[in-house]
Design a protein around this ligand. Structure first.
Ligand SMILES: Cc1cc2nc3c(=O)[nH]c(=O)nc-3n(C[C@H](O)[C@H](O)[C@H](O)COP(=O)(O)OP(=O)(O)OC[C@H]3O[C@@H](n4cnc5c(N)ncnc54)[C@H](O)[C@@H]3O)c2cc1C
Length: 367
């Protein structure tokens, strides 16, 4: 059985930070864009915290456009000129450029309580307090709170109860909380601050709400610009006509779908996202069309793991290089699928979005 054909100026394969950045920028230029994505992106698994270079024009362009769009969706981020410290759910510090009233932990904080919510496994106050005590010379107090109301099901009573506990039972002036299971927890946090009179900070937590929240904001931005996002669609094969890709075959479960486009952005991520495959000792392009190569990267002892994490699709002027050594004029690679871009041996979110922002320009040249 087949699904109706997809027709777009640009088909973007991969709906993580890279694909959505490229798609949004192309839609801003008036292009019709369809994004397809087959599974959970690394973007949704990340902490959603990123480092951006404020001296880099494209980073500033990306931030000024996307952060305004995020604000329209109720999320308040600003780009800091200098990286600032975030606190992770291991109690360690990480650098970030995007800050928010949710994140404004500083290592100057001295009077700290770490509050865990029973039933929320994202943050263990004993672990975090111990680690902060070791690395920041602060002795935070761990505190467990067992909520009677779910923040998802009864937000108001949750805020009332937690707000009063923080005000009456927790003496410290700065409170670290796990991410609250909310798409847009800014209002809830503001309310907790008002009720408790304390400074409340969300820990940076992978595999949890912050990454999903960032992913949802990226998807929301693309949708507002008129991008069609099709989930559960896999790019299976490409029709190659001379030096360009003329169309693609997609699949969704047992169904297939044909796509026609003038340009294709490959933003399918590295090995962890399924954009690349491991076959024996080699990292390969699952479409078996493109050449892969590794970037030099120290820090991981295992040769195989290093190779898996530092390999990407080889490119020439941003275009994917085929196994025969030529490049396809209308196939542009974006984000962590490119050589040297795959986290943790390559780059994180900041470099990924900048790479994709520039990739959209390479697509414009083709159209
Ligand atoms: C656990 C974890 C924590 C991280 N934490 C941070 C952090 O705190 N800060 C930071 O800067 N970076 C972090 N990173 C790295 C960061 O998340 C990635 O560098 C970034 O999200 C990559 O974005 P991307 O768009 O290139 O790929 P992805 O976000 O992985 O998107 C690729 C998408 O393409 C889809 N896809 C794959 N093959 C196909 C196909 N054939 N057809 C259609 N779709 C396909 C995938 O399913 C996926 O949805 C973390 C990564 C992980 C895994």
């Amino acid at each position: 059985m087949s699904l109706p054909d997809v027709d777009a100026d640009v088909l973007v394969a991969g709906g993580g930070a890279a694909g959505l950045t490229a798609a949004t920028r192309l839609a801003l230029d008036g292009r019709s864009v369809t994004v397809i994505s087959s599974a959970t992106p690394a973007t949704a698994l990340s902490t959603g915290r990123m480092l951006l270079d404020p001296e880099q024009l494209e980073a500033v362009e990306w931030a000024s456009f996307f952060l305004a769009q995020f604000r329209r969706q109720g999320a308040y981020y600003v780009m800091s000129k200098r990286p600032v410290n975030a606190l992770t759910n291991f109690g360690t510090a990480m650098k970030q450029s995007l800050t928010s009233p949710l994140f404004d932990w500083t290592t100057r904080d001295r009077d700290v309580a770490v509050v865990g919510l029973v039933g929320n496994g994202d943050l263990d106050p004993d672990l975090v307090s111990r680690e902060i005590g070791r690395s920041h010379r602060v002795r935070p107090r761990p505190y467990w709170f067992s909520p009677s109301f779910s923040p998802e099901l009864d937000r108001d009573r949750f805020a009332e109860e937690l707000g009063s506990v923080l005000m009456n039972d927790v003496a410290e002036s700065t409170i670290v909380l796990p991410p609250l299971p909310q798409r847009s927890p800014y209002d809830l946090l503001a309310e907790l601050r008002k009720r408790s009179g304390k400074r409340i900070v969300e820990a940076a937590t992978p595999l949890s709400w912050p990454g999903r929240r960032f992913q949802a904001l990226m998807e929301g931005t693309a949708a507002r610009l008129g991008v069609t996002v099709l989930k559960d669609r896999r790019l299976m094969s490409l029709d190659i006509d001379g030096r360009e890709a003329a169309g693609a075959l997609l699949s969704s479960g047992g169904r297939t779908q044909k796509a026609r486009f003038n340009a294709l952005v490959l933003a399918t991520g590295g090995v962890p996202s399924g954009g690349l495959d491991v076959e024996g000792r080699n990292v390969i392009d699952p479409l078996r069309l493109f050449k892969t190569s590794s970037a030099p990267s120290p820090g991981v002892a295992s040769h195989r793991l290093r190779s898996a994490l530092s390999t990407g699709i080889a490119t020439r002027k941003g275009k994917a290089v085929t196994l025969q050594g030529g490049s396809l004029r209308n196939v542009v690679v974006a984000g962590s699928l490119a050589k040297g871009m795959s986290y943790p041996l390559g780059r994180g979110l900041g470099d990924v979005v900048v790479h994709a922002w520039k990739a959209a320009l390479a697509v414009e040249e083709v159209l």
